[in-house]
Design a protein around this ligand. Structure first.
Ligand SMILES: *[C@@H]1O[C@H](CO)[C@@H](O)[C@H](O)[C@H]1NC(C)=O
Ligand SMILES: *[C@@H]1O[C@H](CO)[C@@H](O)[C@H](O)[C@H]1NC(C)=O
Ligand SMILES: *[C@@H]1O[C@H](CO)[C@@H](O)[C@H](O)[C@H]1NC(C)=O
Length: 357
């Protein structure tokens, strides 16, 4: 008897708890909704918008860029954003950008001798993988933000991305497949090193299928103007990265394979990593096969099966490939569009650790 009443009480208490919890959940989710998408009413838009000044301390690889006019607004429609390489603006610059290569090869250095304005933030920029960024230990505690192809960088600057688009009615997958495919697999390689994983794979693959190789390393240079038309004649393009790192998916995929309308065969981070950026049926991953021989046989078969080959182009009905028109200017201007999403204050106390994590 006592036991029965006891369990009834527990039941009642549980029920009350459930009701309270449920109503809290409803309230909480409506609060979250209002916070997640703050929509500014017209009258809330500040009349006084101050410009953000972005200073390029020196140009990547010394490639000078012309910054004539209101660059960010004129070229990319980004207002209130002053991009300059005039070092005399240092005292008023909101952001200063340093491209890593200049720092690690000793041609450039951080302006540590100048008084750094309190509000000024320094941006470390590199599009290379950690294998090619040198020792970053000397820069501990100097940078506030990173700009890189990595998705977890403060300023994500990928080698390319996809944007949804609507093709006109009447467009079919076949419209995206170049009609003249005469080579099975092609590869353009500038830095041919026998110890690269990609070289080992190539050496095995060429025993199974013919691979057309281009580049300085094999004394078969392709002029830039011929690059994409050459690749468009290939069923497959070997988009083999020079080193394997998280998110490191370079212009080999975006510009060469996708740009040349050849199906990419990739060596790089795991398939899942690619799938975060591109559709799963847009590429062939070397790791999908238990051996390179198996990969070669698959490619041979696929090239002979028009219908199946075309499935690797289906995604093009819905997405278009985009790359920066100028990777040394456009991502810099984009800083001005991301001001409200930045973590602040922020300091990279151990840039080297972030780089290799
Ligand atoms: C804009 O800012 C300036 C200086 O802070 C101020 O004097 C001026 O009244 C502001 N104008 C408007 C329209 O808010
Ligand atoms: C992709 O595009 C095609 C043709 O425009 C359309 O029929 C289809 O619904 C789209 N698929 C998706 C997932 O949007
Ligand atoms: C930027 O980094 C510097 C150097 O570590 C630091 O003193 C400053 O507080 C940081 N600024 C912000 C806004 O995080």
């Amino acid at each position: 008897m006592a036991l029965c009443c006891y369990s009834r009480t527990i039941l009642a208490v549980l029920l009350v708890c459930l009701i309270i919890f449920g109503s809290l959940l409803v309230q909480w989710s409506s609060i979250m909704n209002t916070f997640q998408r703050p929509k500014l009413a017209k009258s809330d838009v500040p009349v006084n918008i101050t410009s953000t000044t972005i200073l390029v301390w020196y140009w990547a690889f010394g490639f000078l860029q012309s910054l004539h006019g209101n660059v960010c607004k004129d070229r990319y429609g980004i207002p209130n954003c002053i991009l300059s390489d005039d070092r005399s603006l240092f005292p008023q610059a909101d952001f200063v950008i340093f491209h890593n290569r200049g720092l690690i090869n000793g041609q450039q250095s951080l302006p540590l001798h100048l008084p750094r304005p309190h509000k000024q933030r320094w941006v470390w920029f590199s599009m290379e993988s950690p294998a090619h960024n040198g020792n970053l230990k000397p820069f501990a505690g100097q940078f506030n933000y990173t700009m890189s192809y990595r998705r977890d960088a403060d300023f994500f600057a990928p080698y390319g991305w996809l944007e949804p688009h609507n093709v006109g009615t009447g467009t079919t997958v076949d419209d995206f497949i170049p009609t003249e495919k005469s080579s099975l697999a092609c590869w353009v390689v500038s830095n041919f090193q026998s110890n690269h994983r990609r070289t080992l794979i190539y050496n095995k693959l060429k025993k199974v299928i013919p691979v057309d190789v281009y580049g300085g390393a094999v004394h078969r240079r392709l002029p830039k103007k011929d690059l994409l038309s050459t690749i468009s004649h290939c069923y497959f393009y070997l988009a083999f990265e020079n080193s394997i790192f998280k998110d490191y998916i370079s212009e080999k995929l975006w510009n060469n394979a996708f740009g040349g309308a050849a199906v990419p065969v990739v060596v790089g981070p795991p398939r899942k990593n690619y799938e975060a950026m591109i559709p799963k049926d847009s590429f062939i991953h070397v790791d999908d096969f238990s051996s390179i021989e198996e990969l070669g046989e698959f490619l041979k078969k696929l090239a002979g099966d028009r219908e199946r080959y075309a499935t690797y182009f289906t995604w093009r009905l819905n997405y278009t490939v985009v790359t920066y028109s100028n990777w040394m200017v456009e991502p810099y201007c984009q800083i001005c569009t991301k001001l409200t999403t930045l973590q602040t204050p922020k300091v990279y106390w151990d840039l080297q650790a972030w780089e290799w994590k």
